[in-house]
Design a protein around this ligand. Structure first.
Ligand SMILES: CC(C)(COP(=O)(O)OP(=O)(O)OC[C@H]1O[C@@H](n2cnc3c(N)ncnc32)[C@H](O)[C@@H]1OP(=O)(O)O)[C@@H](O)C(=O)NCCC(=O)NCCS
Length: 162
């Protein structure tokens, strides 16, 4: 069995994980948007995660059987806003992103909202496959890139026109 790809579980954030989380984030985003240098944004991510944790937002890290961190999710359960979901490219397509999203849905069972770059077809396909719907188009204030605002609601609620 390839333990590298077997999810051990989802664990609460620990600052000891920060360097590895940042490695996964830089690698995954660099692969997704090669024209941007994500290494220069590493310090921003570290500060952002620490501030989110201090503000009571929820971070869950996906550990695989080898002990490596394969990805993480950051959700603000007070606003139901999914701020980050990232999986390292060696683990793409292996259900780890889905496990992180399931955890976000468990934490925010009524609704999840997020923004995604329109030019990120892999993420858009992932969200559509998982029941998200486009509720608005927008522009990222920092990058100027076109975005989609997506929303997920549980099936019964989504089908209710009221
Ligand atoms: C977004 C992310 C978490 C999804 O995890 P994943 O394991 O790659 O997702 P999956 O493989 O389950 O789903 C991706 C889907 O995109 C599809 N896909 C891949 N490249 C594609 C492309 N160029 N165009 C359209 N669809 C594409 C895959 O076929 C797959 O769909 P399928 O399973 O129905 O065939 C992960 O890719 C990631 O961390 N990306 C970088 C960070 C990021 O973009 N985060 C989200 C920001 S809002």
């Amino acid at each position: 069995m390839d333990h590298r790809n077997t999810l051990r579980g989802l664990f609460p954030f620990d600052s000891a994980y920060l360097p590895e989380i940042a490695d996964v984030w830089v690698e995954s985003w660099q692969r997704t948007m090669p024209s941007i240098d994500f290494e220069t944004r590493r310090a921003w991510l570290v500060d952002h995660l620490i501030a989110a944790e201090d503000a009571g937002q929820t971070i869950r890290c996906a550990l695989v059987e080898t002990g490596e961190i394969a990805g993480f999710v950051l959700i603000d359960t007070s606003t139901c806003y999914l701020d980050q979901i990232v999986v390292g490219s060696p683990w793409w397509g292996k259900g780890i992103a889905e496990a992180l999203l399931d955890e976000a849905r468990r934490l925010a069972p009524g609704r999840i909202e997020l923004d995604v770059n329109q030019d990120n077809p892999r993420a858009v396909a992932f969200y559509m496959r998982n029941g998200f719907q486009v509720i608005a188009e927008g522009v990222n204030a920092k990058s100027g890139l076109a975005t989609l605002k997506l929303e997920w609601r549980p099936a019964a609620q989504a089908a209710d026109p009221s």
